[in-house]
Design a protein around this ligand. Structure first.
Ligand code: ACM
Ligand code: ZN
Length: 549
């Protein structure tokens, strides 16, 4: 028996050695994000008409993704790639790989794909699709294109476990179909989190059965300010609220692609839309109207009234029912304390809790820390964890909160020093609502300002020099934020995220030694052709400036 095991081991070792010996020339492939390791051998595999198989151990979603890949390959190459038991392109589970990893071994006869899990399988498919003619993305017939793949060994895994994009559907509403299209972009870029900003001063986009006026009243504003708070209004009502069925469909669509949706209910500030429907939850009692302009409102949730805590618990109950995500984003940003200072209920609460100001923060900051901790505990009782914007560091941070560092990286640096996990979304590099060129007035649609070109996004490094190894291990990953005050259409939305998202994906995925901006620009021309084929809009500046062909 022991001899049999040894023989099997030697045979396996020989195969591995052989493989290592065969694929020995370091290479790169035109894939974004660039895989961690690519070794080339001689020869090609003809994918046209190649049969495809998938190991059921990879699960139902992986089987669906592989079937969709086979369908696209058949349509585009003009020859059927049938799903069979033992395909020439074979996807199998390999439990020895780290989470989300995959290994593709292409030989003239076979494409062997080993994947750790659903995500590894989804990413292997993306890599193969990008290595094939771009027609495969659209499923358009291109029988005359070159359907061969070079013989390479690709070992690939993500640098960071959290690779996200954010989407604000409040300042402007985006339909279910548009959100699904956005999720397709995440899949293409091997991202695994969609941070969905669902509530704010200007609207409320998630129905809550216990508070029906959120869908009826808070979801709709009478009109929208023109430009940057010009004082003129467009007179056009704007709104939208997803149905629960739509939200479930979006969550399931993302899940099948290895993407977790993290919903955000921004509290206790950015709540004017909710107050318009339930004015008793504000300090002054209103009246309030769903905000029609941009900025930060003084009117926030009253933290001195029991009704506010009942409201928050009911909202998060229904959020948790709809979203299986371990993390729930509870906002926490830009919450002025002026109303609380004057509100007898809030002051009574401060006294009851014994909160005191100190040299750094007033008692009202500690009142915000109190509600953050209250909701953290409530969500923990349901097995969930919270993420908050970096303002949650002010006063006293909740013990188990993850910090989303948006005002640069300083919040992230401070949080890891306190032992908290962090997601880097600095507005210095990852605010995709910022302009992309130095002369936006001549070249770009109206935006919020500032300047974050593709190269700047690409150059971001989440670890700062002063971080210890232990502190670095607390950086879960990075995300870019897409606020939509000035972005009213889907075409404009795509123009803002593309191609900056391509650059972001290499920051999230590639080890620093795999990053190379010139190589990236070379690969970007293929990516832009893919986007052309699939009908996505993207910012043309990098092409106009001659940086990409
Ligand atoms: C933010 O940009 N207010 C998080
Ligand atoms: Zn109050």
């Amino acid at each position: 028996m022991r001899k049999a095991i040894l023989t099997a081991f030697l045979a396996f070792a020989t195969i591995c050695n052989c493989q290592a010996a065969k694929y020995k020339t370091p290479a790169s492939v035109s894939v974004i994000p660039q895989p961690q390791e690519v070794l080339a051998d001689k020869g090609h595999f003809n994918a046209r008409g190649a049969s495809v198989s998938v190991d059921p151990a990879l699960g139902e979603f992986a089987q669906k993704r592989v079937a969709a890949f086979a369908t696209r390959l058949s349509m585009a190459s003009g020859k059927e790639s049938a799903i069979v038991k033992k395909g020439r392109i074979a996807f199998r589970k390999d439990a020895t790989l780290q989470a989300e990893a995959y290994v593709i071994t292409i030989s003239p006869k076979k494409v062997d794909v080993a994947a750790a899990d659903l995500n590894g399988c989804v990413y292997a498919i993306q890599t193969l699709k990008q290595m094939l003619p771009e027609a495969i993305f659209a499923g358009e017939a291109a029988a005359d294109a070159d359907w061969t793949l070079p013989c390479v060994l690709i070992r690939d895994w993500p640098r960071f476990q959290y690779r996200g994009m954010h989407l604000d559907v409040v300042r402007h509403f985006f339909s279910k179909e548009e959100v699904l299209r956005y999720i397709d972009l995440l899949e293409m870029h091997k991202m695994n989190r969609l941070h969905w900003h669902l509530t704010d001063d200007q609207g409320w986009r998630i129905p809550v059965d216990a508070y029906p006026r959120l869908a009826e009243v808070s979801s709709r504003r009478a009109q929208t300010v023109i430009g940057r708070n010009s004082g003129k209004y467009d007179g056009i009502p704007h709104g939208g609220c997803y149905t629960k069925a739509e939200i479930r469909e979006i969550v399931a669509y993302a899940q099948e692609r290895g993407i977790t949706i993290i919903p955000e209910v921004d509290m206790p500030g950015h709540m004017v839309a909710a107050l318009a429907a339930y004015p008793e939850l504000g300090c002054t009692g209103g009246p309030y109207e769903v905000w029609q302009k941009w900025g930060i409102s003084k009117d926030v949730l009253c933290l001195g009234k029991d009704a506010t805590y009942d409201f928050l618990k009911a909202v998060f109950d229904e959020v948790c029912e709809l979203f299986p995500s371990e993390y729930i984003h509870i906002g926490g940003d830009e919450c002025p304390k002026a109303r609380w200072k004057e509100c007898p209920d809030c002051q009574a609460k401060i006294a009851e809790l014994g909160l005191k100001g100190d040299g750094k923060y007033s008692a009202e900051y500690y009142l915000q820390s109190y509600v953050t901790k209250y909701i953290e505990n409530y969500l923990a009782s349901k097995g969930r964890k919270v993420i908050g914007w970096d303002e949650i560091l002010e006063g006293e941070i909740s013990p188990n909160a993850t910090v989303m560092s948006w005002r640069g990286v300083k919040g992230g640096r401070a949080a890891v020093k306190l032992g908290h996990t962090v997601i880097m979304t600095p507005n210095s590099h990852f605010y995709f609502d910022y302009y992309q060129t130095k002369s936006p007035k001549e070249r770009e649609p109206l935006g919020i300002g500032n300047f974050i070109p593709v190269e700047k996004v690409y150059g971001f490094e989440p670890f700062t020099e002063d971080m210890t190894e232990e502190q670095r291990s607390l950086i879960l990953g990075c995300q870019a934020n897409m606020w939509t005050e000035y972005v009213a259409t889907n075409e404009h939305l795509e123009h803002m995220v593309l191609p900056r998202m391509c650059a972001l994906s290499e920051v999230q995925w590639c080890r620093p030694e795999r990053k190379d901006y010139d190589r990236f620009l070379g690969n970007l021309s293929k990516m832009l052709r893919i986007l052309d084929r699939t009908g996505y809009s993207y910012a043309p500046y990098i092409k106009e400036d001659g940086k990409v062909k």
